[in-house]
Design a protein around this ligand. Structure first.
Ligand SMILES: *Cc1c(COP(=O)(O)O)cnc(C)c1O
Length: 373
């Protein structure tokens, strides 16, 4: 049996990316493996990153952290997005660090901890300007409350998240750091000094060493992609290499005449007679439906641009009149090709008016992952 389509993940490349970052900072590295490790495979990436020097793992959801534990991974792990009503007893049993961003969540975690007779390990999240997660209006009440219960809980970390670290010239990141220091001082005044201070995502890790502190939360850069190609340049500039390659088979190759309207809505008209190829991947696999002809696939050293709209399970490419491609051949949608001439994840992101994060993360689970190295 051969796969109709598959994602190739080069684990050696991920390890090299982690090692490259590790050389550039004194901070510990928390490998961000949420969302199935940005589509690269939760457990495989977690194992690779920790062997390559990451000392912590970070996920959004509690179930992602529990999946790591069930796979036998015991590295320190934070789950930072837990709405009320999560199974905090399980979190504590599995030694998962939790993030706290409200008084009610603190109470809920404390109650689980009392029931189980085991201290929770928490990281306090403060909102320094992003206005997403983190304590904001409740802060002073929170400090009084946590000061009273600090013997019952392990306060491991204090952290925040940057909104615009991918804009190195913006003053906003420094303002967030200044704001963070005020929160930290309040906590210190209440007799609380967490060991782990963490603010930096990939963009701040690459561009702002003053924000590294005791730990950086490394996401997209570990996968070999730039947090923002326009403001920061591409990953190669930082000696990072993408780890993901997407390949799919041509289900059909055929000649189509000049003037043919291709696909739903007939949005694309062939300007000359050509061979078209049908690729067995569609928007249900995570290929963005709105991708334009500035992306496409690589086959036999040639680029074949998309024609027409992407369908649910397939899309059409223009192979060129002289193409020797045949049904059953694999094309490389994005990623590594022998001649380096394939479409990049960044090109696909631009062609679909999105960011590289979304291109890799949305590749569906029905596309099997194959691991190299
Ligand atoms: C996803 C995430 C990160 C990683 O961001 P990158 O830009 O991919 O490095 C870091 N911290 C938190 C809280 C996140 O949710």
């Amino acid at each position: 049996m051969t796969y109709r389509a598959y994602v190739e993940i080069d684990l050696k490349v991920i390890a090299a990316n982690v090692a490259t970052i590790a050389k550039s900072t004194n901070a510990q590295i928390l490998a961000v493996v949420k969302a199935d490790a940005y589509g690269h495979g939760l457990v495989q990436v977690a194992q690779t990153a920790t062997s390559a020097g990451a000392t912590w793992l970070g996920v959004a959801l509690l179930e992602e952290a529990i999946e790591l534990r069930k796979a036998g991974i015991s590295q320190r792990t934070i789950a930072w997005l837990t709405p009320p009503g999560e199974d905090f007893i399980s979190a504590l049993k599995h030694d998962i660090d939790l993030s706290v961003s409200s008084i009610s969540l603190l109470r809920e975690i404390l109650s689980a901890s009392r029931t189980l007779g085991k201290k929770a390990r928490i990281h306090i999240e403060v909102d320094t300007g992003m206005r997403r997660g983190g304590l904001l209006d409740e802060w002073s009440d929170f400090v009084s409350e946590i000061a009273k219960v600090q013997d019952e809980i392990q306060i491991v970390g204090l952290w925040t998240h940057f909104a615009r670290a991918d804009e190195p010239d913006s003053s906003v990141t420094q303002e967030q750091i200044d704001e963070f220091e005020k929160y930290r001082a309040d906590l210190n005044s209440a007799g609380i000094s967490p060991e782990y201070i963490h603010l930096s995502n990939s963009a701040a890790t690459l561009t702002r060493s003053s924000a590294h502190r005791s730990m950086v939360r490394l996401g997209i850069a570990m996968y070999g992609l730039s947090p923002d190609v326009t403001t920061l340049g591409d990953a190669a500039k930082y000696a990072l290499k993408p780890a993901m390659t997407l390949k799919g088979k041509l289900s059909l190759v055929k000649r189509a005449s000049k003037g043919s309207a291709v696909g739903y809505g007939g949005t694309s008209i062939l300007t000359e007679e050509t061979k078209i190829g049908i690729v067995v991947l569609g928007y249900s696999d995570g290929i963005p439906r709105n991708t334009t002809s500035s992306a496409g696939v690589w086959i036999n050293g040639e680029r074949a641009p998309i024609v027409g709209r992407v369908s649910m399970d397939q899309f059409v490419v223009n192979l060129g009149a002289e193409s020797t491609a045949t049904a059953g051949d694999y094309v490389t949608v994005f990623g590594t090709t022998p001649d380096g001439n394939g479409y990049s994840i960044d090109e696909w992101a631009a062609a679909a008016a999105t960011i590289n994060y979304e291109i890799v993360t949305r590749i569906a689970s029905r596309v099997p992952r194959i691991y190299l190295n």
